[in-house]
Design a binder for this molecule. Sequence first.
Ligand code: SF4
Length: 508
Amino acid sequence: MTQISDTPEIGAASAAGGCHGGAAEMTRAAEAAGQSELLARYAADYPKGPHDQPQSMCPAFGSLRVGLRMRRTATVLSGSACCVYGLTFTSHFYGARRTVGYVPFNSETLVTGKLFEDIREAVFQLADPAKYDTVVVTNLCVPSASGVPLRLLPKEINGVRIIGIDVPGFGVPTHAEAKDVLAGAMLAYARKEAEQGPVQAPRQGVSGKPTVTLVGEMFPADPMSIGAILEPMGLAAGPVVPTREWRELYQALDCVAVAAIHPFYTASFREFEAAGRPIVGSAPVGVAGTAAWIEAIGQAAGVSAEKREAAVSRIIPAIKAALAAKPIKGRVTLSGYEGSELLVGRLLVESGADLRYVGSACPRTRFSEEDAQWLESKGVHVQFRASLEQDLAAFAEFAPDLAIGTTPVVQKAKQHGTPSLYFTNLISARPLMGPAGAGSLADVINAAIGSKGRFDTMKAFFAGVGTGDTAGVWEGLPTKPAVGKGPATILPTAKRTKGLDTITEDAH
Ligand code: SF4
């Protein structure tokens, strides 16, 4: 096995298709290779939208990151070298500080089944119980389409759990949902272990109170805020799924209720329901969201009406005060692919923002219903499985003072001279829950809206430079040919625009 972090192995077979090769062809190949059942399950769990392939990063980055964040977990990728190179590059860019294992292949090892034997050998080499609790092997697009049978790997070697998952871009639409593929597979494994006998206790010991498991990655302070909200009901915040350690999975399953903070974890929810745990959607964001969430979680956990009211009256005044202290003024459009877009939308509305559009690359699920209905009742257009085209159309239609979005949306807004913020880096990485969340968005959003003057200045300064026929690096300005008169001609340097002349002459 090659360890990519040490010696990148880039010479193996390239993806004969993949994200740019046509999802339909890959799907046909996968079905022919006996993967129909898996694809049918993914189609049900992660229904497709207007786009049939990822419009953001490779989905497998989601599951890769979940594995890389877990203690004592080894991660192995099986896929085209170009995909693995991109995935490992991105994971190290985001500070993985872990080796990513790679089993290279070529067309011969792929079709003869030797690739599976190589993966099996790699897993046996890795499965050292002194180092690992778990080895996760992930089939990327080409091995998934070719039916490389990870299900035939041993379930356990020397006490080390072996988990094989397929995360093809043509079956799992977003990296957010890929996190669920791995989290769900781990919960399924842990649930079976717990059914068979005693399992390892949590690192910090068993909670003295019934716990609520939180599903969805969130800002590190948010579970503490949720714990404070639960406290008057005699409940405590349990672990966050995806977990950071294998034994947290048992603790997650051993809960009184599950909070579907991120509503797209369909495979994980299936495991909690199989364990008999009730699941509650939405989250304690803003005044209305927190009051409704306390009521729903309290009821699911069998808490008395008196205690539910006590929790509401303790927390709501603080949230109201935080929202009132930091109002947001301005028209906003919002889009992202993390799954928390609707929660942020609720906070924006309660902060006073004129929110017109919320687009999420994630699908509509039963646990996003309440947030969608609340936002729609406030006149916000909610678009699930939003495509980039829909996000851009919303920007064009609503002409916001601030566009919060993905990289291409932010780029478009900046070109237009509109302040904009990246959802993933600047918005979803903030506290959202309880009083801390209520005040956290306003500063960054109001500062961004307030920067409009700077955008106007920059737009005026660079007007005509780098757009249309002045885009790119040219010796002279290209001119449009007369129709039917052959290729473009180049004008002498003297006729170029002033801004471009200056730049070019400096360069020479
Ligand atoms: S594994 Fe990811 S990068 Fe590679 S072809 Fe599939 S979707 Fe694209």
